[in-house]
Write a protein that binds this ligand. Structure first.
Ligand SMILES: NC(=O)c1ccc[n+]([C@@H]2O[C@H](COP(=O)([O-])OP(=O)(O)OC[C@H]3O[C@@H](n4cnc5c(N)ncnc54)[C@H](O)[C@@H]3O)[C@@H](O)[C@H]2O)c1
Length: 256
């Protein structure tokens, strides 16, 4: 009989800062990295849930701390990075997973909604990268950002969301080119339809053509958040040491 496989331990000795860690893909990523030996700083807006996520990582044998932090606020972003350094002394990996989604007819979308979606998904990702980069340069670490298939093919009623996620791809490519020679990698994941609280009860505007939505996100293509966490863990690990500036779809080929 063959022996059970030993755990990979790809994150032994590595400190990983995860935003959006309280729920869905972020919580699944925390669990995946904890199982692979990583130390975690879990950041999110949701206080109880982010503490629960860190507790789960500790139960799995990891060192983990939680911080309540809004990625769209530069002061709170600085506090997250400082907390990671205070607790663990370094940052090897930054996983930017926090995000929000709201549907509306583009011609009716309030400017405040546009600004909030761009502010969290794109500016929040930028702020986290900016604050973590000095530490990642020290550790020759890497960044995994969360884009979406909506950056690659039009998701109707989600213009701000798709624009924010396309911006994340350009931001990731710029960082990869700018810092690659200095030993810091940056990559992005583009999930398709993933079953999480974000997608469990979508609220579409009156008059939305659901056939257009289904063409982008067919109901039978939904998968669990662990399908994205495994890709994030791969890109964040040394297995992906020669992958930089790439984005990878994780959507079961539903866009093809
Ligand atoms: N679920 C999908 O189908 C899907 C598809 C493509 C991309 N994504 C992206 O994956 C990421 C995770 O989404 P999910 O599906 O797990 O959703 P989710 O709602 O389960 O998790 C998002 C997390 O981000 C946190 N968050 C929101 N705003 C924040 C802020 N300002 N500061 C800090 N934390 C904040 C939330 O509290 C939540 O815990 C998002 O960036 C999302 O856009 C999701």
């Amino acid at each position: 009989m063959s022996k059970p496989l030993a755990p990979l331990g790809r994150f032994d000795g590595k400190v990983v800062l995860v935003t959006g860690a309280a729920s869905g893909i972020g919580a699944a990523t925390v669990e995946r990295i904890a199982r692979e030996g990583g130390t975690l700083l879990c950041a999110d807006l949701q206080a109880d849930a982010v503490r629960a996520s860190a507790k789960r990582a500790v139960e799995l044998g990891a060192s983990a701390e939680a911080i309540v932090s809004d990625v769209s606020d530069p002061v709170q972003v600085a506090a997250s990075v400082a907390a990671c350094i205070d607790h663990f002394g370094r940052i090897d990996v930054l996983c930017n997973i926090a995000g929000i989604l709201r549907f509306d007819h583009t011609h009716e979308m309030p400017l405040a909604d546009w600004n909030q979606i761009i502010g969290v998904n794109l500016t929040g990702t930028f702020l986290m990268c900016q604050a973590a980069l000095p530490h990642l340069l020290e550790t020759r670490g890497n960044i995994v950002n969360t884009s979406s298939t909506s950056a690659l093919k039009g998701l109707p009623y989600a213009a701000a969301y798709g624009a924010s996620k396309a911006g994340v791809l350009a931001l990731t490519a710029a960082i990869a080119t700018e810092y690659g020679r200095k030993g810091v990698r940056a990559n992005a994941v583009c999930p398709g339809s993933i079953t999480t609280p974000m997608t469990s009860q979508p609220s579409f505007p009156e008059g939305a053509n659901m056939r257009l939505v289904m063409r982008h996100s067919p109901l039978d293509e939904f998968r669990g958040p662990e399908t994205v966490a495994s890709l994030i863990a791969f890109l964040a690990s040394d297995d992906a040491v020669h992958i930089n500036g790439e984005h990878v779809r994780v959507d079961g080929a539903s866009l093809s």
